[in-house]
Design a protein around this ligand. Structure first.
Ligand SMILES: Cc1ncc(COP(=O)(O)O)c(C=O)c1O
Length: 390
């Protein structure tokens, strides 16, 4: 595939049921066909356990780390840990990042609970301040919301833990600026990339987060229960949640596992979850990441942008409101309802046309990907027109 050419619709690479207009990748990404097949082969490995050799515990994990590290700006693959999801990685971050009672933690309003509870508990236990920064009460809120976040980060900030884009409506957070501000005041930056990494470029060398964590089952088009997390150098000597045998130095040598070692495997491997070598799920994640690295996040984002054409002008004419284009991602955006629109009517109109999108807070969240085409967007538009007409 020509890596500079625009992407064409990739629906043929998926087994999405005919008639389904799936505009809901922010809920869950469908598995590409090759990923399904890789999963079946992975499951079948246990037909003959004697054929599962020590190197199988390491090879696929390393391949997965390499693919993900390339996707986020050619990080060192050993900086990538394999876990079950964001909550697990937030727990590692909260366990290791220092916080004292005269300090604060900065979060955004209504961010996904996995990136909230551990901070709320830590702040409460230590009696530190939890600063949850809300959006302004305006239609276009991205610019001033970002300014408010920057203002909230001060010399007493120990940790800033934010998403790349807001999970309910795709508002973009300017993590380059936020990262710069964090370094200025000495705060750690923890980023939840679940709702954009894979579909929108992200470079750890530019943002320089301490942690970038991603659940794999949405924009990485992977299986449920496999998450990937980058840990920067500040985590090199940290404590994992679990003391796994495979995270220890020399774990490749199965005959000497009880010559217990004090040292860990390099980088972030110590943070891997127990049984991270999952023979059925890791090949699925690898197959999907290979496709995404061929498609490239910048081209996926451009493809999603191309899908919507004059869609936004049309929905605004119907009375929906949307974020300013600069602060809204193309793969995930929210349509805020016109006054008086009955949500039940909207849900029925979309369902009748086979349109899958999610209601999140006060917005209809639409999240296309490379398998969508103009027909999917037309079906959505028809559903919106009908709901408004009732
Ligand atoms: C921004 C964000 N982070 C994380 C998750 C999932 O969290 P976890 O991996 O802890 O299940 C979601 C799920 O919707 C999400 O939207």
């Amino acid at each position: 595939m020509d890596s500079a050419a625009a992407l064409t619709c990739q629906r043929g690479q998926f087994n999405i049921p005919a008639g389904l207009h799936y505009l809901n990748c922010a809920y869950m990404g469908p598995l590409p066909r090759v990923a399904e097949e890789a999963g079946v082969l992975g499951l079948r490995m246990k037909r003959d356990p004697s054929a599962i050799l020590p190197h199988h515990f390491f090879d696929t994990s390393l391949e997965l780390r390499k693919l993900f590290s390339r996707l986020i700006g050619d990080a060192d693959p050993t900086r990538i840990s394999i876990g079950p999801g964001v909550s697990y990685s937030v727990a590692i971050a909260a366990k290791n990042l220092p916080l004292s009672s005269d300090q604060n933690v900065v979060l955004t309003y209504e961010q996904f609970p996995s990136n909230m509870h551990a901070w709320a508990r830590k702040a409460q236990d230590i009696n530190a301040d939890l600063r949850v920064i809300g959006p302004p009460d305006t239609i276009h809120r991205g610019a001033s919301w970002n300014t408010e976040i920057l203002t909230a980060i001060d010399s007493a900030t120990a940790v800033v833990s934010l998403p790349t884009v807001h999970w309910t409506d795709g508002t973009i957070f300017d993590l380059v600026e936020i990262g710069r501000r964090c370094r200025e005041v000495g705060a750690a930056l923890v980023v939840d990339g679940t709702q954009s990494v894979g579909a929108l470029p992200f470079d750890v060398n530019v943002v320089r987060p301490d942690v970038l964590m991603c659940s794999g089952y949405k924009w990485l088009l992977g299986p449920y229960s496999v998450g990937l997390t980058y840990f920067g150098p500040s985590f090199d000597d940290g404590e994992p949640l679990e003391e796994t045998w495979i995270g220890r130095e020399g774990s490749e040598d199965f005959e000497h596992l009880v010559d217990y070692k004090a040292g860990y495997q390099p980088g972030a491997i110590r943070y891997d979850v127990a049984q991270r070598s999952n023979f059925a799920l890791l090949p699925v994640a690898v197959a999907s990441l290979r496709l995404i690295s061929e498609w490239q996040p910048a081209r996926i984002q451009a493809y999603c942008k191309g899908l919507t054409g004059n869609f936004f002008e049309e929905v605004e004419e119907l009375g929906f409101t949307v974020e300013d284009a600069h602060w809204r991602s193309a793969h995930l955006f929210g349509l805020r309802m016109p006054k008086g629109l009955e949500l039940v009517e909207l849900q029925q109109a979309l369902k009748a046309r086979g349109v899958s999108a999610s209601l999140r807070g006060s917005a209809l969240r639409v999240s296309p990907n490379v398998y969508n085409d103009a027909e999917d967007v037309s079906a959505l538009l028809e559903g919106l027109r009908q709901a408004v007409a009732v």
